[in-house]
Design a protein around this ligand. Structure first.
Ligand code: GCO
Length: 453
């Protein structure tokens, strides 16, 4: 490779991603309503370190400092989510002006720093009041989500042009409803099936709400995808992998991109489909948001609602602190799959990153060489994909800050910036200084140098 071969396209977008519940804190401040995740955290044994997100990274109060960090990183775009219960505390009905004010301040501050805001409308923190009315099992929730989206578009589309409705709807189903590890907890299979269709419908209603407010808004989806590995070659093991692949990669994507449900679940879902649902769900999108972490090792698991779950990668492979395999080729394979199956859309990698047990040394530095190596490997995959003609337009690293990692609480650190939760002190890690140089050079840089301030 020559030096110029290592460049990214001139208009390539570099950014970071986050979600409201994982960083904001201030869960009871300024009129925010309760979310399903507040309730789930209070459930005994649900969160590994018995924590909650009441304070998290205190981003609600420290957003200005965090935007300074993004600016220092050279971030061009920042993808964040809005807390639905901060904007409409009961999920539908009265709007909370203080919630709108917070996001107004955040957006204005980002724009003043020259960073483009990308809004994700929902990253799993469903208003508890809506869960109490059946949550995603209730078709009305799709309407309420459409109404909430119209409020958001009306307030912010004068300054924000990029929107995506729901982060990783497949995780809501797979990790939440099917395995019960995420809020609102496990549900029987028929309720999972209802939720699948209603979440897809909510996506469609949100896209319509956005374009009704402004037809030129740039709208996409955000899904996490990875190749699925079968537990073995026996017929029942292959069948388990096929069902896993359907639930994980297809059932929340095929309807949006192809206008139909995958054969394996189509008959079960059919009774929930009314009138023009499929047309609404499959409205053309402007971009495909792909989150990617790790190849999924499927397992037969009778404790899950669909009888399938996931297991660890084989002994001996390199993994992150999540136990997830480090394997840039999986991202390249996934990008090819999106190109081939979904008609070569414009793709943004809207999340990719890794947890490692980072520690501050006696000089107060955090030397996270494993994360630098990880980022290099995955950026090589993105670069290779572009070389193959796959339309990857940008890369958003997950995440700027260490944050609340759902049912694992604060025990996993995903940040480019270390957060000392006792003091809320932020310390950029080596990976921050590495990506700062990558962003500025718009080029794949070797992971081997010592990246420091
Ligand atoms: C997801 C979510 C993030 C996670 C991140 C690391 O992909 O599960 O979008 O909220 O924190 O992916 O697990």
């Amino acid at each position: 490779m020559t030096s110029s071969d290592r460049n990214f396209p001139n208009d390539f977008v570099w950014g970071t991603s986050s979600s409201a519940f994982q960083i904001e804190g201030a869960t009871r401040e300024d009129g925010r309503g309760e979310s399903v995740w507040d309730r789930f955290c209070a459930r005994s044994g649900a969160i590994a370190d018995h924590s909650n997100a009441d304070i998290a990274c205190d981003h609600y109060h420290r957003y200005s400092e965090d935007i300074d960090l993004m600016a220092a990183l050279g971030t061009q775009a920042y993808r964040f989510s809005l807390a639905w219960p901060r904007i409409i505390p009961d999920g539908h009905g009265a709007i909370n002006a203080d919630g709108i004010d917070f996001y107004d301040r955040l957006i204005d501050r980002l724009l003043a720093a020259g960073i483009e805001p990308w809004i994700c409308l929902h990253h799993w923190d469903l208003p508890q009041a809506i869960e109490d009315r059946g949550g995603w099992r209730n078709r009305d929730t799709a309407d309420w989500f459409g109404e909430y989206t119209a409020v958001v578009a009306g307030k912010f589309s004068d300054r924000v042009r990029r929107f995506a409705p729901i982060n990783e709807p497949n995780v809501l189903i797979w990790v939440g409803y099917n395995a019960g590890i995420h809020a609102p907890g496990q549900r029987p299979r028929d309720e999972c099936i209802a939720a699948i269709h209603h979440i897809n419908l909510a996506h469609g209603k949100a896209i319509k709400s956005l374009r009704d407010v402004d037809a030129d808004l740039i709208c996409g989806n955000i899904v996490t995808m990875a190749p699925v590995v079968a537990p073995g070659s026996a017929a029942d093991q292959i069948a388990a992998a096929e069902l896993t692949d359907c639930l994980w990669r297809r059932v929340m994507v095929d309807p949006l991109m192809l206008g139909r449900y995958p054969d394996l679940l189509a008959d079960e879902i059919a009774p929930y489909i009314l009138d023009d649902d499929m047309a609404l769900i499959s409205q053309p999108l402007d971009f495909f948001g792909l989150n990617h972490y790790n190849r999924l090792y499927a397992a037969q698991d009778p404790s899950c609602s669909f009888g399938v779950g996931e297991t660890s990668p084989p002994e001996g492979v390199a993994t992150t602190d999540m136990g997830w395999q480090i394997d840039g080729l999986a991202l390249l394979e996934q990008l090819r799959d999106v190109r081939d199956r979904y008609n070569n859309p414009e793709i943004y990698v809207t999340e990719n990153g890794a947890a490692f047990p980072d520690e501050q040394n006696s000089a107060g530095q955090v030397i996270d060489q494993p994360r630098v190596d990880f980022l290099y490997e995955y950026l090589c995959a993105v670069h290779d994909a572009i070389g193959e003609g796959i339309k990857v337009r940008g890369y958003f690293e997950w995440s700027l800050l260490d944050n609340f990692e759902w049912s694992l609480g604060y025990s996993k650190r995903f940040g480019l910036v270390h957060v000392d939760y006792a003091t809320q002190k932020r310390t950029p890690k080596s990976s921050f200084w590495y990506l700062k140089e990558v962003f500025a050079a718009n080029e794949l840089l070797p992971p081997t140098r010592d990246y420091r301030p």
